[in-house]
Design a protein around this ligand. Structure first.
Ligand code: MGP
Ligand code: SAH
Length: 312
């Protein structure tokens, strides 16, 4: 079995955990229910891994043939995708985190279902969608049905360090409708969604998080680049993200929905803006117990009612 145990310290005793990681260590079974079987995380892994119950909820929504987890980190999402998708491509720029993801996937028995790629997603996405010099290949070279984006948010202080223009999460937009979906209303570690601000406990107010603060490139650029691979994107974002900026994504990438049946030969690429019908975005609040952890924004065929327009 693949083993990356020599790469990082594995904590089993709270007394040995550095002070700033203690709050994450306390949540270790939320991140990996099989933590005691040897799961490994490094510092960035501790503060950015998607908790298992949330990863499973997202993976259910993203069920497809081939999914690309563009920023796989220590594998929280990739492991869940391996349980709902035929093929998972997991990419990360950090050789250590990629090895940790593979190690953790082996513990979950899904290592063989994931193709691990060490690399920069931005270059990879450009190489997938750049036409050959003879112009023969303007479509992605391999069919990817869904891309999951969970990029770095700029560190654990993302909630307070970026000062946005307001704290208003309500959305109004002329070209996009943002829905708040309602999976399970849970009291334990499950996800549920509600309209912004109607959670079971009042959420603290934080300055808006601007998409421009995402790494390695601003969120709008990341989205536009990814749209060249597939319209079907799940974007995992801070809970205080500016929802108006989310709604503007589908306007700036020219994504109005096609009126007629799409040509199967071109359906993997962005739809042609040939109608004024609004593209819908679905926003899922990711809750654990009474705490809102993050938002997942679904685009294209991942939105209920839009799969006929954006098939895969
Ligand atoms: P959090 O609010 O920083 O942590 O992140 P925590 O411990 O849940 O805080 P609490 O005060 O609510 O208890 C919430 C969730 O967001 C984490 O569990 C991660 O799944 C995710 N997350 C946090 N960061 C800083 C990142 C990041 O940089 N990138 C990604 N992709 N996810 C992150
Ligand atoms: N969803 C993951 C956490 C992702 S954290 C999980 O559940 O474990 C964000 C990851 O993006 C980090 O591991 C970081 O190394 C990676 N990353 C940063 N820049 C990148 C780039 N240009 N290409 C690919 N991965 C990158």
């Amino acid at each position: 079995m693949y083993d990356a145990s020599d790469l990082v310290t594995r904590y089993t005793n709270e007394a040995h955990v550095p002070e700033h990681l203690k709050k994450y260590f306390a949540q270790r079974y939320r991140y990996f229910s099989l933590y005691d079987q040897g799961c490994l995380l490094d510092e960035e892994g501790w503060y950015s891994v998607t908790p298992e119950a949330l990863a499973q909820q997202i993976a259910e929504r993203c069920r497809c043939d081939t999914i690309l987890d563009a920023f796989c980190g220590v594998g929280g999402n990739a492991i869940a995708f391996a349980q709902t998708c035929e093929r998972v491509i997991a990419m990360d720029i950090s050789p250590i985190r990629l090895a940790l993801a593979r190690h953790n996937a082996a513990i979950y028995g899904v290592e063989d279902r994931i193709e691990f790629i060490l690399g920069d997603y931005v270059s990879f996405a450009k190489s997938l969608t750049t036409p050959e010099e003879d112009g023969s290949n303007s479509q992605p070279r391999r069919k990817i049905d869904v891309v999951f984006l969970s990029p770095p948010w700029g560190g654990p202080s993302y909630l307070t360090s970026r000062v946005g223009t307001n704290t208003n999460r309500a959305v109004s937009s002329s070209n996009a409708l943002v829905l708040s979906s309602s999976p399970i209303k849970g009291t334990n570690d499950s996800t549920h969604a509600s309209l912004p601000g109607t959670g079971s406990e009042p959420e603290e107010s934080h300055p808006s998080y601007n998409l421009a603060a995402l790494l390695p490139i601003p969120g709008a650029e990341l989205f536009t680049l990814t749209r060249r691979i597939t319209p079907n994107i799940a974007f995992f974002l801070p809970k205080n993200v500016d929802l108006k900026e989310i709604s503007e994504l589908v306007q700036s990438s020219g994504s109005t929905t096609p009126e007629s049946e799409p040509d199967p030969a071109t359906s993997a690429s962005s739809p042609t803006p040939n109608s004024t019908k609004r593209e819908m975005i679905e926003i899922e609040e990711e809750w654990m117990g009474s705490k809102l952890k993050a938002l997942t924004c679904y685009f294209g065929g991942l939105v209920e009612g839009q799969s006929d327009i954006y098939p895969w």
